[in-house]
Design a protein around this ligand. Structure first.
Ligand SMILES: Nc1ncnc2c1ncn2[C@@H]1O[C@H](COP(=O)(O)OP(=O)(O)O)[C@@H](O)[C@H]1O
Ligand SMILES: [Mg+2]
Length: 149
């Protein structure tokens, strides 16, 4: 079945909203035929991206906003997470496993996003903000094929 759907969300960039944001995205995503494992992976990826916006982008200071836009296409989910925080000066370095600018962190957020989603695109402007685009496709297409008969 072909679905075209789209949503936009704006919320305060505070830690209380991480679980809210991931729940909204996963609820939206469940219109597609994702497996429970896929939905868990989407949850982790969204949590990591939203946490980064709050912890790094806004440096844990309240007052900033986070935006999420999500689209459902025929066989994939696209999610864009945006902040207007401090930005990333070296994106390639930031995405390396175990790289972090906070000593008490593990530096694995981008690694989780990369391994749990099929596409990741990072755009960032120092003192302008960061935009992460994530896509996850549906792997089991047999289901759709069977439905047509
Ligand atoms: N939205 C963001 N705004 C500013 N810096 C970011 C953002 N997201 C990630 N970063 C930078 O990229 C680094 C790596 O992020 P990540 O892989 O999630 O590891 P961690 O969050 O554990 O530091 C962060 O330490 C931070 O310097
Ligand atoms: Mg992180």
């Amino acid at each position: 079945m072909k679905i075209d759907n789209h949503m936009k969300l704006e919320f305060a960039g505070i830690p209380e909203n991480v679980s809210f944001a991931r729940l909204v995205v996963v609820t939206f995503a469940s219109q597609l035929d994702f497996t429970l494992d896929d939905l868990e992976e989407i949850k982790v990826a969204i949590s990591e991206a939203v946490s980064n916006a709050i912890i790094h982008g806004y440096q844990n200071q309240p007052g900033g906003l986070v935006w999420i836009e999500s689209s459902i296409r025929e066989n994939c989910l696209e999610v864009v997470i945006k902040d207007e925080g401090v930005g990333i000066s070296n994106i390639e370095q930031a995405m390396q496993p175990a790289f972090t600018t906070c000593q008490d962190r593990m530096g694995l957020g981008f690694s989780f996003m990369q391994s749990f989603m099929d596409e990741i695109e990072v755009q960032s402007v120092v003192n302008g903000g960061t935009r992460i685009r994530l896509c996850k496709s549906i792997k089991n297409l047999d289901h759709d094929a069977n439905m047509e008969h």
